[in-house]
Design a protein around this ligand. Structure first.
Ligand code: 13P
Ligand code: SF4
Length: 339
């Protein structure tokens, strides 16, 4: 749409990581104990995304989706935020807490969606199409957030778009799959940026169909970053937190989970006795995001000892990127905010 296909290069995707070796129990215990002591000493909070490895989820103060994590970051009174997720998430926490120290286990934990929308290309597009209202999925850089009118996550994208006055023409960046799902659900036409999550687009219609045949009673839950051909087979399309909520409440005993497999740990913990079937993807039987899995418990410990890597952003960028995030948080909590 609108010539966007030719504007941006495809995100770079290297091979998926292999299966990790588990940490020996004695080392796991010792490391976990040290992390908890350090947390107390630093007055730190550990926030972890649902895709993080089990040992990180188990030690975190809060595990959730991008929306829950940004709400936690906005509300925390801790002096240090240890953010175990990918870089844009830690960056969002810093934008919301400019005076706090925000550290992350691996500063190279990126995101193919973020890569697919460089700020310079977005600015160029906005200049060629003046007057567009830009909605940015939170999976983008601080610079892209600063160029946007409002941010959304997979958990609130429908609500955010529905809050935008009908007469405004919307540009949705950077995930065309989430954007097309929002279009289908709201009936709102939008300019869609041609970006995608490399991990979710590797989940195919054929492999999901095969699993559906093998598990006819299983409820299929798919993330909106999946392609339309996958979403159309799903019983529910929702964020990772939405998946946890559905699995807890639904009477079904088994669920096919079409998203990154890290969430299976939380599902098993919070829904004992139910069966969760992960989705193999084209190139990776484990359906893992290579960026999310760059974080390890050892790196988490190191970043707390060294207080590095840390997020540092220019003050002017923080100021410009903050309002679109705050606007999202306000709309989500039902505040009557002008969008
Ligand atoms: P949510 O956890 O917000 O659904 O997002 C998934 C994701 O891909 C985060 O990078
Ligand atoms: Fe980005 Fe996809 Fe990984 Fe999420 S799963 S961090 S969208 S590459």
């Amino acid at each position: 749409m609108n010539g966007l296909k030719n504007d941006v290069s495809a995100p770079s995707v290297e091979g998926n990581i292999g299966v990790r070796k588990p940490i020996p129990p004695a080392k796991l215990d010792a490391l976990s104990k040290e992390i908890l002591q350090l947390k107390k000493k630093l007055n730190a909070v550990i926030l972890a995304h649902n895709y993080q490895v089990p040992e990180i989820q188990d030690i975190a103060d809060f595990v959730g989706d991008s929306l829950g994590l940004s709400q936690q970051a906005a509300a925390t009174e801790a002096e240090v935020i240890v953010f175990s997720g990918v870089h844009f998430m830690a960056e969002t926490a810093k934008i919301l807490n400019p005076t706090k120290l925000v550290v992350l286990p691996d500063k190279d934990a990126g995101c193919s969606l973020e890569e697919s929308c460089p700020a310079s290309k977005l600015l160029e597009y906005q200049q060629r199409h003046p007057g567009l209202y830009t909605v940015a999925y939170i999976n983008c850089s601080a610079e892209v957030k600063a160029l946007s009118d409002i941010i959304c996550t997979s958990g609130n994208a429908l609500r955010i778009v529905q809050a935008i006055p009908k007469e405004k023409e919307i540009l949705f960046v950077p995930d065309e799959n989430l954007g097309s799902w929002v279009q289908e659900q709201t009936g709102r036409k939008m300019h869609l940026w041609p970006g995608s999550c490399y991990a979710h687009v590797e989940i195919t219609h054929e492999s999901l169909l095969k699993l559906k045949r093998e598990h006819p009673d299983a409820l299929i839950l798919a993330h909106p970053e999946c392609t339309k051909s996958v979403r159309m087979l799903a019983d529910e399309v929702c964020s990772t937190e939405g998946m946890v909520n559905i699995c807890k409440k639904h009477s079904a005993r088994s669920f096919i989970i079409a998203t990154e497999s890290g969430i299976i740990h939380r599902l098993k913990k919070e829904c004992p006795g139910k069966e969760f079937i992960p989705m193999p993807s084209q190139n990776c039987q484990c359906s893992e995001c290579k960026y999310m899995k760059m974080n390890t418990l050892e790196k988490l410990y190191d970043c707390m000892v060294n207080l590095s890597p840390r997020i540092e952003l220019p003050e002017s960028l923080i100021q410009r990127a903050r309002r679109p995030i705050e606007r999202m948080l306000e709309v989500t909590t039902g505040k009557n905010v002008k969008v």
